[in-house]
Design a protein around this ligand. Structure first.
Ligand code: DX5
Ligand code: ZN
Length: 223
């Protein structure tokens, strides 16, 4: 059964020197969110294929890779090949989303597409029926620990309307500033997959925080 609210901790702000322990702390979450940044698409660098390999070897959770990188058409498929459950490219960084999603599916991964906060949902409308995950950024991508942009709530609601009107299969994920005080607004607007970095890794008991967030979000049911 798919839970109506899935919590995916992001390891961006975890203690990188103790990565295996940090991954163990969140066993029991619904997935693991792996941010990859190339210092071009965003002003920060993090991860890459070797980190992805290490993470895949040390977690039993399905890994969703969030690629904040230019030229995703070229660099995304390797993350599917190595076993990420979902690979998400930014709409702003792929020129051929139909080709990319088919390639990711061919390699056995789910296909996700992400939008920066200021990119309208309309740019993805033609391809929504092809993807498994729509990632709506609720902060400017690049860094953890920023505050949730409330102006994204209508965009989440608009995505939820499209999903139900067109009977789409995709899940709506939000990423950035998700914590105890913002998750319910995002859930109410229509998100069902929640990335939480600093909220989870800043907590004394990371798994308890995951459970708390999941319970808050689960009060708002979306199919
Ligand atoms: C930011 C990343 C996020 C980040 C979220 O660009 O995409 O996944 O880790 O961190 P918090 O939850 O602290 O906003
Ligand atoms: Zn992310």
């Amino acid at each position: 059964m798919t839970p109506c609210a899935a919590i995916h901790p992001s390891i961006l702000n975890a203690d990188q020197a103790h990565l295996a322990d940090e991954l163990a702390r969140v066993e029991g979450a619904d997935g693991l969110h792996l941010d990859i940044m190339d210092n071009h698409f965003v002003g920060n660098q993090f991860g890459g294929p070797s980190l992805a390999q290490t993470v895949l070897e040390h977690t039993s959770l399905p890994v969703d890779a969030h690629l904040m990188i230019e030229d995703a058409d070229r660099w995304a498929p390797q993350y599917a090949e190595m076993g990420c459950a979902v690979v998400t490219a930014h709409a702003e960084a792929t020129r051929a989303p139909f080709v990319l999603t088919r390639e990711l599916h061919r390699l056995g991964a789910g296909a996700g597409l992400a939008l920066r906060p200021a990119t309208p949902l309309s740019v993805l409308e033609p391809v929504l029926a092809e993807i498994d995950l729509l990632l709506l950024m609720t902060v400017e991508p690049g860094f953890g620990g920023q505050s949730f942009i409330d102006l994204m709530l209508p965009k989440i609601a608009q995505a939820r309307r499209l999903v139900s009107e067109q009977h789409l299969e995709l899940r709506i994920q939000v990423d950035g500033g998700v914590n105890r005080s913002t998750i319910e607004r995002a859930a109410e607007a229509g998100a069902t997959v929640f990335v939480a970095g600093s909220a989870v890794y800043g907590a004394q008991d990371a798994l308890e925080e995951v459970e708390h967030l999941r319970a808050l979000a689960s009060g708002h049911h979306h199919p």
